[in-house]
Each structure stands twice: as C-alpha cells, then as structure tokens.
Design a protein around this ligand. Structure first.
Ligand code: ADP
Ligand code: MG
Length: 266
C-alpha cells in the first residue's frame, strides 16, 4: 500500500465549524491571455472560467492552436494572465510572491510537459532525483524506484535517455513529476508520442492519482480514449471553453471533438 503525505479529508472537517466546502484545487475566473509579438498584441485566451476539484481527472480537448497549452501554463502559474484570476487550492496566484509561487510549484504542483526535458547524461533514477537535489532535499530512493516501477521502468533504472525510446523517456518525465507527490498534476499531451502500451501505463498512473481524494489531474489531450477515462471533458475552441461533457464513451468524445473542428474550419 502506498502512503500519502496529505491529511485525510476528515482532518479538514472540524466539529462545530460550519461545513464550508473545501476549496477547489484549480479555479479560473474569466482568464484572458495576450501575447505581444513585435508591435502586435494578440489575445489567445478570451475569458476562460473553470474549476477542478480534488479527486477529479479533467481533460481539455480542442483543435490545434485553440489555446490549450497556454491555458494549462496560465493555470499552473507558469505564464502570467493578462486579466482574470487563477486560484490554486483557494489561493490566488497573483497574491503569491515569487518565492511563494516557487514553493507551491515544488510542493503542490506537478507539470508534465509535451517535451520530456530530461538530462541526457543522467540515468533514469538520477533524472527523477533531480528536483529533490535542486531543492537540497535527499532523494527518497525507495519512492523514486517505486515510481519508476509503476510507470513500467523497473528494469530501466540505470538507463540514460539516449538509449531509451520516446515512450520510455516520457515515462521518466512523468515519474519525475509523480515522485514529488504533487497534489495537482497538469499534463500537456502526455500520451501524444507514446505507443499504445506506454500510453496505457501513463494514463493508468494519472488515473490512479486522480482517484486520491487529495489529488487531481488536468490533462490536455488529442486522444478520445484518454478523455473518455476522465470525469469531465472541457472542449476549447478559439481561446474559449465551448462545451463540457461527462463522457460516457470514446465515440461520444470523438464525435463531440469532430463537431467542434468542423465548426472551426467552417
Ligand atoms: P494548443 O496547445 O491548443 O495547440 P497553444 O496554446 O499552444 O495552442 O497556442 C495557441 C495560440 O497562441 C497559437 O496561435 C500560438 O501561436 C499562440 N502562442 C502560444 N504561445 C505563444 C507565445 N509565447 N507568444 C506568441 N504566441 C503564442
Ligand atoms: Mg499545445
């Protein structure tokens, strides 16, 4: 059995205190984001509102260029928003100092990037240990090896990225995030470059996280089979959330996505 360093949900409920709902893990209020390229200011997100609760796995889908990655970066505090507000665990990102944000990123938030960002000269174990070392904490080797094993890399602990397949590298990158035991996991197309078997392993692991009542996952994906395993799917088009689905199957997700793309092209 794995142990988690988080308090049980009951620990938050104090007798006699009015039963205030726990804050959602991620809340966005009317988030807009513009980029300046040269003299031109282009608005990419036009006012996105959403919330993700602990214990949930939520997918974001939409045509390429619709702003999914930008949204994820804004929600994780990796990009500043132009207007609107993002709250993580009840705290407004804008009210956090740089140092507080850095601490929050280290201890509460995990981000699985589209690119693996592994250090080629380090082994799998060393790559996963790196966030601990950068943070001057001793890497818990049992947690690190166990996490690599859960993503199917128990036999590849000493392998280095150049000798790994793309799928193996993506799973090291995922293990590096998961070994930090983040409460909120953001993942940008984590199965995009994977073969089916690796994709299933990654998806299973993300799913396992979101089943924990103190953790949640927000995943950008093109893959209807990934989205169909989520509690909710948010559909994005041209910088806006345009639909939400509680998916009942892969076909339903694929049909909704296809409808969305047609409207964009038309
Ligand atoms: P998606 O992930 O849905 O494919 P992105 O969020 O990556 O979409 O990009 C949405 C739009 O924002 C694209 O037109 C892209 O060119 C633009 N964009 C993304 N990041 C930047 C940036 N740093 N500077 C300028 N434009 C950007
Ligand atoms: Mg993207």
């Amino acid at each position: 059995m794995t142990t988690h360093p988080y308090p049980s949900p009951d620990a938050r409920t104090q007798p006699g205190v009015p039963d205030r709902a726990a804050p959602a893990a991620v809340v966005a209020h009317n988030v807009a984001k513009s980029f300046r390229t040269g003299r031109q200011l282009t608005e990419i997100l036009h006012g996105v509102s959403l919330s993700v609760n602990y214990g949930e796995m939520v997918a974001v889908m939409g045509p390429s260029g619709s702003g999914k990655s930008t949204l994820l970066y804004c929600l994780a505090g990796l990009e500043s928003v132009t207007s609107g507000e993002v709250q993580l665990n009840g705290r407004s990102i804008a009210s956090c100092s740089r140092a507080e944000l850095a601490t929050m990123r280290r201890s509460e938030i995990g981000f699985v990037f589209q690119a693996y960002n592994l250090i080629p000269t380090l082994t799998a174990v060393e790559n996963v240990s790196l966030p601990y070392l950068l943070d001057r904490r001793p890497p818990p080797m049992d947690v690190i090896e166990q996490t690599l094993a859960t993503v199917g890399l128990g036999e590849r602990l000493q392998a280095r990225p150049p000798s790994m397949s793309g799928g193996e590298q993506q799973r090291v990158a995922l293990a590096r995030v998961l070994a930090q035991r983040p409460r909120i996991v953001f993942a940008d197309e984590p199965t995009g470059a994977l073969d089916t078997r690796s994709g299933v392993l990654v998806l299973d692991e993300l799913h396992r996280i979101s089943e924990h009542p103190e953790q949640c996952v927000l995943v950008v994906t093109h893959d209807p089979t990934v989205a169909a395993r989520c509690d909710r799917v948010l559909f994005m088009r041209d910088g806006l959330l345009v639909r939400e689905l509680r998916p009942t199957g892969v076909d339903e997700v694929a049909a909704t996505l296809a409808g969305l793309s047609q409207q964009t092209e038309g």
